[in-house]
Design a protein around this ligand. Structure first.
Ligand code: AMP
Ligand code: ZN
Length: 496
């Protein structure tokens, strides 16, 4: 738990540009400075485990992981928590409708706990496939922190922020003067648009449940005794209770999708700051949606795509990560299979560069290549880190990676070292011993005769250290649809 990643501090850390993030609280780009020097406390709102996470949800965790990797690379000691919501999230994000867990359990004929376990395990598999190291993250379940949630509601009650009505204990948002400050939510407008079936006992439409009582005469699968009666926690309270317990009363970074800004995160701020009287989170960061045909991917819209479907179609799971990173985390992205296909090909090409030991019109000999311990290209790293420091501009960082890869004046070893350094932040798995996208090498005797002739001529050119000719022949192969990868035991040919 919370272990530092195995990456060693690089000499670049002394010269890294300051990190700047877009803070939803101020609506501006801000230079990042942690509360305690050298240490970052970060919380990412996790999934409600009633149904398998889809690629839209996964963007939120790849974004959090890229941020985490950047913070690690910048030398911070990061304490990161992603919660698992296994109780209390009602079908409406307000406090009405069925509990998502109980509804799903009924539908599947399983217990809420069984569903939660199944979906959590699938979520963890997805995280692993996307290069998100769970050993460095704490992943607590809401149901394991019921006592802390009750204690926090008691504090709010003692401080006069809570009131009791027939179906539970509610937070009085009128008592929290800056309610709605995150994202400048117009609470009055929200009230006008409030749903007609709004709980009429609430003092203000924006008030939210801290503790819900089990309906009279009905036994829920998940319910606990409390000072107010048997029931279950409201959805928002779990995040704050777990943050207080695991990270402290004030944290550096809190992330989630943009859908969390108007209600969930404003509610978290209200209850936390009412309880402590001090600022809860310094930097709020929110990721935009993944859409399909212009509509947000959502379980309720029935347009979900799962990581497993991507893997089943033969794509690398890291192709999805690559595709996410080609967009800025604050820009919506439209998923298409063509876009994923392009990402898979791009990743395959990067993997080729990791395998290539000599490819090039550099003048360094093979022998020199293999004995040199290359350092990353300094100009490349400076540009790459500058892009990441600029509010995680991964599209720009990736564009710079391609410039490097195409730069014939940079040796394959320096390219590899540079790609490895970049991958500490990008997490594409380029350091893995097996390429993340499988490259099928073709036995030479299965190649058409004219292709075999080029390969043979290229072998001779390489033996003669005629790299210029060898590069010409590589281009000829490419024009016929073949890629060549050089390694210590010779040339390997694959379809482009
Ligand atoms: P939920 O399980 O609904 O609480 O969602 C888990 C995370 O996924 C939250 O941070 C949501 O904001 C995020 N999320 C949900 N749908 C999408 C989507 N289509 N694109 C990007 N993020 C999403
Ligand atoms: Zn949350």
């Amino acid at each position: 738990m919370f272990a530092r990643p195995s990456t060693t501090k690089t000499t670049q850390q002394n010269t890294l540009p300051p990190l700047r993030f877009h803070n939803t609280l101020s609506g501006t780009l801000e230079t990042f400075t942690p509360i305690s020097s050298g240490c970052v406390k970060m919380y990412n709102c996790g999934p409600t485990v009633y149904d398998r996470v889809h690629i839209g949800n996964l963007r939120a965790y790849v974004f959090a992981n890229t941020l985490r990797r950047a913070l690690d690379t910048w030398g911070y000691d990061v304490k990161q928590v992603i919660n698992i919501t296994d109780v209390g999230h009602l079908v409406s994000d307000a406090d009405d409708g069925e509990d998502k867990m109980e509804k799903s359990a009924k539908k599947r004929g399983l217990s809420a706990q069984e569903i939660a376990q199944e979906i959590t395990d699938l979520f963890f598999t997805d995280l692993d496939l996307l290069g998100i190291d769970r050993d460095t993250i704490q992943l607590p379940k809401a149901t394991e922190f019921i006592a802390e949630q009750i204690a926090l509601v008691q504090t709010l009650e003692e401080k006069g922020y809570a009131y009791i009505i027939a179906d539970g204990v509610y937070f009085d948002t009128a008592k929290f003067a800056s309610y709605g400050k995150l994202g400048n939510i117009n609470v009055a407008e929200q009230k006008e648009g409030a749903r007609v079936e709004e709980n009429v006992e609430k003092k203000n439409p924006s008030d939210f449940a801290l503790w819900k009582l089990s309906p009279n005469g009905e036994q829920r699968q998940q319910e606990w005794a409390s000072p107010w009666g048997v029931g279950f926690p409201g959805w928002h309270i779990e995040c704050t209770a777990m943050i207080f317990k695991l990270l402290g009363k004030q944290i550096d970074i809190h992330t989630g999708g943009i859908d969390h800004i108007p209600v969930h995160h404003n509610n978290e701020i209200a209850q936390a700051e009412a309880a402590t009287g001090r600022q809860y989170v310094r930097y709020w960061m929110h990721g935009a949606f993944i859409n399909i045909e212009g509509k947000r991917i959502a379980k309720s819209l029935g347009n979900t795509i799962y990581l497993q479907s991507i893997v089943d179609k033969g794509y690398s799971p890291r192709a999805l990560r690559y595709w996410f990173l080609t967009g800025h985390y604050r820009s919506p992205m439209n998923f298409t299979w063509d876009a994923l296909d392009g990402a898979n090909t791009a990743l395959k090409n990067l993997s080729r560069h990791m395998l290539d030991t000599t490819n090039s019109n550099t003048t360094t000999s093979d022998a020199q290549h293999s004995t040199q311990k290359a350092e990353p290209d300094a100009a490349f790293l400076a540009d790459f880190y500058a892009a990441i420091a600029d509010d995680l501009d991964t599209p720009k960082a990736i564009a710079r990676v391609w410039e490097l890869v195409k730069d014939a004046s940079v040796s394959p070893e320096v390219k590899r070292a540079s790609l490895l350094a970049a991958d500490q932040v990008l997490g594409l798995g380029l350091a893995d011993t097996q390429p993340v996208v499988k490259i099928e090498f073709m036995p030479i005797d299965t190649l058409p005769e004219e292709v075999r002739a080029i390969v043979a001529e290229r072998q001779a050119a390489r033996t003669d250290k005629n790299f210029a000719r060898s590069d010409e022949l590589r281009t000829q192969l490419a024009s016929q649809g073949y890629e060549v990868t050089d390694s210590a035991d010779g040339q390997h040919i694959s379809k482009k």
